[in-house]
Design a protein. Structure first.
Length: 270
């Protein structure tokens, strides 16, 4: 059996969480990530018949029975993952009852997965139905996107159009736009259900006055998706109080659609 500490999915989580902390997105124990893993790949590193303990998930994830995820721990700091992944991460499998997680590795201090696991699982179910390649759900608190929710309308179309106009690459990276939720209590099934519903039409869901949820095929793609939106939000905040002399027009956004073979969300460009 291979050494779990050398597994690519552990290394990627270590590096991604370190980058997110370095960016200032995940203060203290803020943020959480879950990645759907390939069972055969995990079996090269772990005995899948050895369950350390079981943990209730607080959600009926019947659609995900038998699937294995690597998940950040509750109350854990992203800055500590790189030095102690076995304490700050866990690998879980959704048990046959659909409401229990079987711990296969990690949380060695007796901890458990993020309190927002139900929200993650709901979004995983939704995104897998939309695109089976979407295996990552990432929640984080990007400073500028968070700030933008205080000074910009939360209308999804207008929020997206503002970001598309900030950087030429934005409509190419997220042509499906961003969906937006008003402030809600975090860590509840209610916000998880609302986020999952928004995930049917976009890979990015902004939580007003809180942060963002992103979905993608792998950690790099999902990180890059959020990073691009965050850069656009930073530019917006730098110029929002200034008279606009130039901008990217809808006509120019259509040119980008044509050149890069992407399609903006229906009805969101004039």
């Amino acid at each position: 059996m291979k050494d779990i500490f050398t597994a690519p999915f552990v290394e990627e989580m270590k590096n991604t969480t370190a980058n997110m902390y370095r960016m200032g997105w995940d203060e203290r124990n803020g943020g959480n990530i879950s990645v759907l893993l390939d069972n055969d790949e995990v079996s090269e590193y772990l005995d899948l018949n050895h369950v350390i303990r079981t943990i209730p998930t607080g959600f009926d994830a019947t659609a995900l029975i038998g699937k294995i995820f690597i998940v950040t721990g509750t109350g854990k700091y992203f800055k500590n993952v790189i030095d102690d992944p076995e304490t700050n991460l866990g690998i879980i499998r959704i048990a046959e009852d659909g409401t229990t997680a079987e711990l296969l590795w990690g949380y060695k201090d007796g901890g458990k997965f993020t309190s927002e696991l139900p929200a993650h699982l709901m979004s995983h179910i939704t995104r897998l139905e939309v695109n089976p390649n979407n295996r990552v759900i990432m929640h984080t608190h990007p400073t500028n996107l968070l700030a933008m929710t205080y000074v910009h309308t939360l209308d999804e179309r207008e929020f997206t159009r503002t970001l598309w106009r900030m950087c030429t690459e934005c409509i190419v990276v997220f042509p499906d736009g961003l969906n937006v939720l008003p402030w809600m209590v975090c860590g509840t099934n209610e916000i998880g259900e609302a986020t999952a519903e928004k995930m049917t039409t976009a890979r990015l869901v902004v939580w007003g006055q809180h942060g963002i949820y992103g979905a993608g095929a792998d950690l790099d793609e999902t990180f890059g998706l959020i990073e691009t939106a965050e850069k656009a939000a930073e530019l917006y905040l730098k110029i929002a109080h200034l008279p606009r002399v130039n901008t990217i027009s809808d006509e120019q956004l259509h040119l980008l659609e044509d050149h890069f073979k992407v399609k903006a969300r229906e009805g969101w460009l004039d």
